[in-house]
Each structure stands twice: as structure tokens, then as C-alpha cells.
Design a protein around this ligand. Sequence first.
Ligand code: B1M
Length: 208
Amino acid sequence: MADLKVLCDAIIKGDQKTAVDVTKAALNEGMEPSEILNDGLIAGMNVVGVRFKANEVYIPEVLIAARAMKMAMEILEPKLIEAGVKPLGKAMIGTVQGDLHDIGKNLVAMMLKGAGFEVVDLGVDVSPDKFVAMAKENSPQVVGLSALLTTTMPAMEKTIVALKESGVPVKTMIGGAPVTQAYADKIGAHGYAPDAASAVDLAKTLLN
Ligand code: B1M
């Protein structure tokens, strides 16, 4: 019988083959897709998030775990849709205008997916107008902005102002190496997260 503890461990270790094999076996045995998601995949990514925050694992391990999760999700996703399983929430994320750095932003997106969020990733160099247009189109509850350059931090403020003026009911969170909680407070963001695992905790808080 497929063992979800094995699936959870495969995600933690980033073992793609085992993650995919156990997911397939569990589905073939008739296990609920939501059970496979919550007790196998998300449980594994949660452990990775906790260890990452505690500096017990580093970015490469998180990326490898996220890749294993992505492979297993490709098999599970159609079954989750068939079963009508709702995501935890919808988050939209992008790197702000003028900024091409996306490694941290991608990590945040992967961790959010790992935690059960549906994620709309707008990519890099995203203008305030595009954030607004895509927020109207996708109705996320949370919009995440990433910036790695001191010169592109003002684009965060412009984006937050544009989102507020548009009246789209979203909560905003910001992050990136030069960004601080003080800056988030100054520009009126709803939250700041220093790393990808904290971004997941923050996004969950912002849902409520
Ligand atoms: Co650039 N770069 N770069 N760069 N680059 C930095 C950021 C820099 C600090 C290097 C330096 O000078 N020491 C410096 C910025 C200085 C400053 O403004 N203070 C810099 C510069 C100057 C530049 C250029 C201007 C260089 C030039 O052309 N003269 C240029 C700008 C291009 C542009 O964006 N318009 C440039 C270009 C590039 C590359 C294209 C070569 C490449 C980016 C490749 C890519 O992203 N696809 C690059 C890289 C790789 C870096 C460094 C080396 C690494 C950044 C990174 O990926 N870190 C960086 C120096 C450094 O940091 N050591 C540097 C790993 C990543 C996982 O961390 O992104 O911080 P980070 O994400 C973390 C957290 O910040 C947080 O979670 C992540 C995981 O824990 N986080 C969030 C991030 N986003 C979040 C969002 C959230 C919450 C948390 O909520 C929404």
C-alpha cells in the first residue's frame, strides 16, 4: 500500500522518482487526492520550510524539494481538479518594474504552491499597471512584490499605490534582499517577509 510518510520524506529529500511513483501508486489504490496532497506533498514542503527558516537546509535543497513536488503535482493536479479540491487561497507574485532578479521570487512562488496556494506568477519587470490589470483578471487575495535592487524599491511603492487606487481588494506583501519591515510600513504594504518560508506564513495570515 502507498505510504504517504514515504511520499513526505521523498519531498524533503527531493527524490523526484519516489515522489512520482508513490503519488501514482496512491492514486491507483484509490486514495483521496486531497489526502495525498496534504499528508504527503504539503507535509513534506512544510518540513523543508521549517528547516530552511532554521538554517538547517539551504536554497539548493529547497529548490530540489520544490522540483520533486512539482513533478508529483503534475500527476495529482488533474485529479484534484476533478475532485473539486479548493486551493488554500490565490496568490499573485512578480518582480517589480525595472528589476530582472527572479531566483528569490521563484522560490517564494514554489513555497507558496507547496503550501497549497494557487499561484499566478507574473515574472519579472512587472509594471504597476500590469499588477493592477492582472489582479483584476485573477482576483488573488494576496499580491507579492519582489525587488533586489535599491533602485527598484520605489516601484514597490508605485505598485502598492496603484493597487490601492484601483480598489481591487488585495493584501500586499513585499520582500527581497534590500527590503525591510520599516520600508513595508513606510509604503503601506500589508506585510514583509525576509525569506520564502516566512512569506508562506505571512500569506496565510493575510488570508484571514
Ligand atoms: Co544582481 N545585484 N544585478 N544579478 N545580483 C544583486 C542583487 C547585488 C546585491 C549584487 C552586488 O552588487 N553585491 C546588486 C544590487 C545592489 C543594490 O541595489 N543594493 C545587483 C546589481 C547591482 C545588479 C545589476 C544592476 C548589475 C549590472 O548590470 N550592473 C543588474 C540589474 C539587472 C536588473 O534587474 N535590471 C543585475 C543583474 C543580475 C543577473 C541578471 C546577472 C542575476 C539575476 C539572475 C536572476 O535572478 N535570474 C543577478 C544575481 C544572481 C545577483 C545576486 C548575485 C544573487 C541574487 C539572488 O538570486 N539571491 C545578488 C547578490 C547577492 O544577493 N549575493 C545581486 C538568491 C535569492 C534566493 O535570494 O533574491 O534575496 P533573494 O530572495 C530571498 C529573500 O530576499 C526573500 O526570499 C528569498 C528566499 O529566501 N524574497 C522574498 C525575495 N523576494 C521575496 C518576495 C516576498 C517575500 C520574500 O514576498 C512577495
